[in-house]
Write a protein that binds this ligand. Structure first.
Ligand SMILES: [Ca+2]
Ligand SMILES: [Ca+2]
Ligand SMILES: [Ca+2]
Length: 287
């Protein structure tokens, strides 16, 4: 079974999410951004399955999915109640979600604005500016919000073969050959990151237990790498937490130079020339 097929099968392991979508009667909600030969696509209503495609038509992304948990919830939930999607032109889209906190209905307003920039034929980025606001006025109370950005990049069109390093505490780099993707989180309210093989992090988000990042999993690979960033803040009525997530693709990344070759000491050369090489030759002739 291929990794791609396994990933497709995982879609059926999310009955809670599928039920939400059915009850809500929501149709597919997709958007496509284009700039300078690059294309970024997401299906917002279907777990953020998407693509980030370069000018040679190679896709480097599988999924971009937003999750949250409040102090009134016992597990993480995906952003699911899309209340508005507005295009700001070919390179820009704004999404608004209204979500419950525990039993408090429509307590949180999530606002996400995506902007695609095709920097060159070999480099592009998507900047996502997000905010989450406590809008529950019926019985005003502080709500602690944990916000999760789950990313699954599959570099060069293949799920496997990707490696990962930590560039700095906010930036996780996927690499395969000369392709690199930097996923960078804003530092305010940031709790950290996790990196792991698909679908381990997805399962931690989706199971019925509380999940918090542990800043683990790097260096990674090679394999089917995924990553999570987590932010957290306690918001009074009307207060908001804001941040950004940037995804930068560079097709001409220069890997770090390999370690210098081991050059034999002069004494070793002398030994090889004087004795060992003739012995080796004689052994071969006998064989
Ligand atoms: Ca790959
Ligand atoms: Ca969980
Ligand atoms: Ca991956």
């Amino acid at each position: 079974m291929t990794a791609g097929l396994l990933k497709k099968l995982w879609r059926f392991a999310l009955p809670g999410v599928l039920l939400l979508m059915t009850v809500g009667g929501s149709q597919a909600q997709t958007f496509t951004l284009t700039h300078n030969g690059w294309t970024y696509y997401e299906d917002v209503a279907s777990q953020g399955w998407g693509s980030f495609t370069d000018p040679n038509n190679t896709n480097h992304m599988y999924q971009n999915w937003w999750w949250f948990r409040t102090n009134l919830d016992s597990k993480e939930k995906p952003l699911a109640d899309l209340t508005s999607m507005m295009s700001g032109g070919a390179t820009n889209v704004n999404l608004v979600f209204t979500e419950d906190a525990g039993s408090l209905q429509n307590a949180l307003l999530f606002n996400l604005t995506y902007t695609l920039t095709g920097i060159s034929s070999t480099m592009a980025k998507v900047d996502i500016a997000w905010s989450v606001r406590n809008i529950y006025g019926q019985q005003p109370q502080p709500i602690t919000v944990n916000f999760f950005a789950y990313s699954d990049f599959d570099l060069n069109g293949s799920a496997g073969g990707d490696s990962g390093v930590l560039v700095d505490p906010q930036t996780i780099r996927y690499t395969e050959g000369t392709t690199a993707v930097d996923v960078t989180a804003s530092s305010g309210s940031l709790q950290g990151y996790d990196v792991d093989n698909y679908p381990n992090l997805l399962n931690l988000l989706n199971d019925s237990a509380v999940y918090n990042v542990s800043n683990s999993g790097l260096p990674f690979g090679p394999g089917d790498m995924t990553n999570v960033f987590q932010w957290r803040a306690t918001l009074g009525m009307g207060q908001q937490m804001t941040g950004t997530l940037t995804k930068l693709i560079n097709l001409e990344h220069t890997p770090p130079p390999p370690p210098p070759p081991v050059i034999p000491e002069p004494g070793t050369w002398m030994l090889m020339l004087s004795g060992i090489v003739p012995v080796a030759l004689r052994v071969r002739r006998k064989a």
